[in-house]
Design a protein. Structure first.
Length: 357
């Protein structure tokens, strides 16, 4: 009984992807273009064939290969990895709009490529607060971001929850940073899109002129509270890449790929119930013994949980990367180092010709 309870706690106490992924937020779903008429046909989309063994996988050439590295996980980086760009995650914005937790660039040692500082904000109310034009908080935040970017080759903004009415403020915020960064690279991580949305605060075409790269987070097609499904199915990724190539273009586009997997359970036992709900549980599980602790009724029961797992391995990563390359994508990137099937690095190569090779 104790083992079963521990297993249930392990499965359901955290619904996000394997650490260290950003926590899921129910509000974030509104920023995902996951639903549409295309989904039925995408279920049956296939690309290429799974070879008999990993040794038969192709060597994939890209102009740039980006990898996210989380502060505190520096050991996940190996200097022989074919990475052109390292995205160091990351600085955050605190309750008062101040920049905090800026990682130390010197911890990355002799990495030969470009290193970008990531600044993240995943609160809708906080984003509204810090984007207010002409505010002292915004002026100081811009100054702090520019100063923090000093030791780095570039700065990346990863603000994933922005109120719809703050779209113009977000664009002017990006423009201020672009002006202040000079020759440093300025990049942004944006949620996946398959079509143009009305009044989209993450409008690719409006943001494109302000940045050097747009990193499209082509993952979390299914998330912790959705129905079970692929983190990034091939058909969905194809649609995302088609739209991104059309609106961003291959020169500024970095297509993001997931290294992580997720689990879903057939039910989640951690809930609050009405009395009628508790009585239903008693009836369904034939509970006859009720124990009272200082007058408070309690009971225990055992049940079976079906767990569904979707994850990424060298074959799925190779198929998705091959598809992107053949579509004309020149640059790809991964969330995040340390979560991957390590054999994938044997089949990636950086070349000046990139996806055209």
């Amino acid at each position: 009984m104790f083992f079963l309870l521990c297993l249930l706690l392990t499965l359901f106490s955290c619904t996000s992807a394997p650490e260290p992924l950003p926590p899921d937020n129910a509000e974030a779903v509104t920023n995902r273009d996951n639903l549409g008429e295309e989904e039925a046909e995408e279920e049956f989309f296939t690309y290429g064939e799974i070879p008999d063994g990993a040794e038969d996988l192709p060597i994939l050439n890209f102009t740039e290969i980006w990898g996210y590295l989380l502060a505190g996980r520096e050991q996940a980086l190996k200097l022989n990895y074919p990475l052109s760009d390292l995205v160091y995650f990351g600085a955050e914005i605190d309750t008062y709009g101040k920049l905090t937790d800026v990682p130390n660039r010197r911890k990355l040692g002799r990495f030969p490529g470009r290193i970008h500082l990531v600044a993240a904000c995943n609160s809708r109310s906080l984003a509204h607060f810090i984007l207010e034009p002409e505010s002292a908080v915004r002026r100081q935040l811009v100054a702090d971001l520019l100063e923090a970017a000093g030791p780095y080759d570039g700065l990346q903004i990863d603000f994933e929850l922005i109120p719809a009415r703050d779209g113009a403020n977000f664009l002017s915020f990006l423009q201020e940073l672009r002006n202040g960064l000079g020759n440093k690279m300025f990049t942004i991580a944006l949620p996946a899109r398959r079509k143009t949305l009305s009044d989209d605060v993450f409008d690719y075409q409006k943001i494109k002129p302000l940045v050097d790269r747009i990193f499209v987070m082509a993952y979390d097609e299914h998330w912790s509270t959705s129905e079970p499904g692929s983190i990034a199915s091939l058909g969905w990724c194809r649609s995302v890449a088609e739209y991104a190539l059309k609106t961003v273009g291959p020169e500024k586009l970095v297509m993001g790929l997931p290294f992580y997997g997720r689990t879903w359970g057939s039910f989640n036992p951690f809930k609050a119930y009405f009395h009628s709900g508790i009585e239903r549980i008693r009836s369904e599980n034939a509970i006859t013994e009720i124990v009272r602790e200082n007058g408070i009724p309690t009971f225990s029961y055992e049940t079976t949980v079906k767990v569904t797992v979707y994850y990424e391995d060298i074959y799925s990563l190779s198929l998705r990367s091959s598809m992107y390359r053949d579509m004309g994508v020149r640059s790809i990137g991964f969330w995040s180092l340390g979560q991957e099937d390590p054999s994938i690095w044997n089949f990636l190569k950086i070349t000046e010709k990139g996806a055209d090779s």
